[in-house]
Design a protein around this ligand. Structure first.
Ligand SMILES: Nc1ncnc2c1ncn2[C@@H]1O[C@H](COP(=O)(O)OP(=O)(O)OP(=O)(O)O)[C@@H](O)[C@H]1O
Ligand SMILES: [Mg+2]
Length: 298
């Protein structure tokens, strides 16, 4: 698969703030998660990718073209910004038609109908956008990103204002579009939403890439099992690593986790074994790699 995007040595400073420091990323998979704490530089990077912001140094490529030089490549890219700047005085439907025209879609009417249904906009789509709730605005912004089903869709915090059903539906939509060959770059703080969906991730900390690559490689490196109990150990109980403090054991070895869990159960302690999720790995990578301030290719 051709790289959907390439970022090479990109740096960007805003006054005193060094927002990005030599960021390099290559997206070869279908769904790439862009992760990082507040202020890590995710939105800045997305704006540079879209040609909305010029980097101080480095280069970017989107679907094989430089978006600063070849604006037409953006016709193949959908985007939902973190803070969507929607006009207030027109209806959501007119806004979507406007976006459809900018994207030069052949059958704008059908394309708008499709996203109106997909994001369940019908109850409010003909009202002025100024009257929308935060979630309604977000759904219109998502609908605009999916309009015409572009090859690459970039979503910056797409679920921040969505209700649980909306989040579930978005996941299903992304999943089914992936099967049809569409690709996604998704920045989010809700990591559980990317679990089982993303095939690649990049973690940014303080403007630096601390991990980037296939999720399966990240799982191999940081993945494993956790044994948790919700009961503190009784006094004098024979309890080694597993039953220390809040009784948490972490191991890459499932058999070890199982053995300790069985022993705990024999001692009458309720435990649970679970696989380390993306969120657990994120915390570990940020803590371990972020402290070093270096880059690690996973
Ligand atoms: N236009 C700007 N002017 C000055 N500083 C900026 C500007 N845009 C971003 N920054 C700074 O650059 C850094 C990175 O910001 P950015 O919005 O890219 O972070 P983020 O990873 O998207 O964070 P969040 O998770 O909170 O959305 C922050 O320190 C921010 O204050
Ligand atoms: Mg952001």
């Amino acid at each position: 698969m051709e790289a959907a995007l390439r970022v090479e040595g990109v740096s960007k400073r805003f006054g005193d703030v060094q927002a990005l420091r030599g960021v390099s990323i290559e997206m070869n998979g279908s769904i790439h998660g862009l992760l990082g704490p507040n202020g890590a530089g995710k939105t800045t990077l997305i704006r540079i990718l879209l040609g909305l912001l010029r980097p101080d140094s480095g280069s970017v490529e989107l679907l094989g073209s430089n978006p600063m030089e070849d604006r037409s490549i953006l016709l193949d890219v959908g985007v939902a910004h973190e803070k969507p700047a929607l006009p207030g005085w027109i209806s959501g439907r007119r806004y979507l038609f406007h976006v459809a025209r900018l994207k030069r879609l052949e059958d704008a009417k059908q394309a708008v109908e499709r996203v109106v249904n997909l994001f369940r906009l019908l109850p409010f789509i003909d009202r002025p956008i100024s009257s929308y709730s935060a979630g309604m605005r977000q759904r219109v912004s998502l609908a605009a990103a999916f309009l015409g089903e572009p090859r690459l869709i970039i979503l910056d915090e797409p679920t921040a204002n969505l209700d649980p059903v909306g989040r579930h539906e978005l996941r299903e939509t992304i999943s089914s579009m992936r099967r049809r060959g569409h690709r996604f770059l998704i920045s989010t703080h809700y990591l559980s939403e990317l679990d089982g969906l993303a095939d690649e991730v990049t973690m940014l900390v303080n403007g630096r890439v601390v991990a980037s690559g296939k999720l399966s490689c990240l799982q191999e490196r940081y993945g494993g099992w956790v044994v948790e109990t919700y009961e503190p150990p009784a006094e004098g109980q024979e309890a080694d690593t597993i039953i220390e403090a809040r009784a948490l054991l972490e191991t890459p070895n499932y058999e070890e986790a199982r053995r300790l869990a069985l022993r705990a159960l024999q001692e009458g302690i309720q435990v649970e074994i679970r696989r380390l999720g993306l969120e657990d790995m994120f915390v570990r990578v940020i803590l371990r790699e972020g402290r070093k301030g270096g880059r690690r290719q996973v």
